[in-house]
Design a protein around this ligand. Structure first.
Ligand code: NAD
Ligand code: MG
Length: 331
């Protein structure tokens, strides 16, 4: 794998010394080197076990829906490292849950690949969302912020209409918003919580997809964020795991329906990822310090590590993949 930076620190020091002697590189040069160094992080050969934060993590809880900026450590969504290469030039994308976690990493990656991006999120997440909007704009792309609650069918219609109006159309739909609450037993799940899990994870993609379809043309791509729990359900996620299994079926069946229209549909299955979802009740609080330790990689994934799958599925490069499940589980 090539890299525009020397990997050997001694060589880097030496080169820095030479450069310093030859010319005043100046602050701009230093800033550029710093930026390239961050960007090189993604492509440099490195041990994936230690490439990102490892457990134990500090104990922490937030009120739902939580903010990425309040997590310790703050998740890595690729802000300083994701480097695009025009793979989605001119595409128009709507991403639900685009303020934080996986959706935010996807929004940043899509924008740096050349797409205009609309994100949906809850009004309480405005602070996280504004950071994403700024990053999309920094990438030179159009950013559209559409706060609102997707458990409301009418809002789902308005969401799609606003995205289409403000982006001038729609080519990529990412159904990524999700609701997860850990509960030891079925009796511990209230009707309200069960309903919210179903509405957010199953009904909303149904409503949003139906609203989006009239706007999607040949070559469009629909992606849904499922989960490894669809296949390996843990005992504390009775309702959530059922919705994630539904998300896999969503992709498999819709792919069959839409192939003749030239539209592809795929699902992504993350394993444990370091996002707000987990620290707002998604896991029992005592499980947070060791979150991700069970993965073969020995740590949770950072959102930046899964964004490339969404880029691949959104781009025309994966034109023969539809109805598939792509996993990033940490082993
Ligand atoms: P996250 O908390 O960063 O993102 C979830 C987002 O869902 C929130 O930011 C919020 O904007 C949105 N949301 C929830 N309820 C909503 C509502 N009623 N209206 C509008 N928006 C709403 O966490 P994340 O882990 O990045 O979650 C993204 C997706 O990844 C979810 O579908 C989740 O099920 C899935 N997932 C996460 C993990 C993990 O370990 N983090 C593992 C497997 C699957
Ligand atoms: Mg959020």
């Amino acid at each position: 794998m090539t890299d525009d930076l020397p990997q050997n620190p001694d060589r880097r020091k030496l080169m820095g010394g030479i450069a310093g002697g030859v010319a005043a590189a100046g602050l701009a040069g230093a800033a550029h080197a710093q930026q390239s160094s961050e960007a090189a992080k993604l492509t440099r050969m490195r041990d994936p076990q230690t490439a990102y934060p490892q457990p134990p993590f500090p104990e922490q809880q937030q009120d739902w829906p939580g903010l990425a900026s309040q997590m310790d450590p703050v998740p890595d969504h690729g802000e300083d490292s994701y480097r695009g290469s025009d793979r989605l030039q001119g595409r128009r994308a709507l991403i639900t849950g685009g303020d934080s976690g996986i959706g935010r990493a996807v929004a940043i990656a899509f924008a740096r690949e050349g797409a205009d991006v609309a994100i949906n999120y809850l009004p309480d997440e405005e602070q996280d969302a504004q950071e994403v909007i700024a990053l999309i704009e920094e990438a030179g792309r159009r950013a559209v912020a559409i706060p609102g609650d997707i458990t409301d069918a009418d809002f789902c219609q308005q969401l799609v209409q606003r995205a289409v109006d403000e982006l001038g159309g729609l080519d990529i739909l990412v159904n990524n918003a999700g609701f997860q609450q850990s509960a030891p037993l079925i009796e511990d799940i209230s009707d309200e919580t069960f309903d919210q899990t179903m509405k957010t994870n199953v009904y909303a993609p149904f409503w949003i997809t139906k609203a989006a379809l009239p706007h999607l043309e040949e070559g469009a791509s629909i992606i849904i964020t499922a989960s490894v729990v669809a296949d390996q359900p843990p005992e504390n996620l009775f309702d959530y795991a059922q919705t994630k299994a539904a998300n896999v079926i969503y992709a498999q069946v819709l792919a069959k329906q839409l192939a003749s229209r030239g539209i592809r549909v795929n699902a992504v299955a993350p394993g444990p990822f370091w996002t707000p979802l987990q620290v707002v009740g998604g896991q029992p609080p005592e499980a947070i310090p060791d979150f991700g330790a069970d993965a073969a990689m020995g740590r949770p994934g950072q959102p930046v590590e899964i964004a490339p799958l969404y880029v691949l599925l959104a781009s025309a490069e994966s034109s023969y993949s539809t109805g598939q499940l792509f996993e990033a589980t940490g082993g």
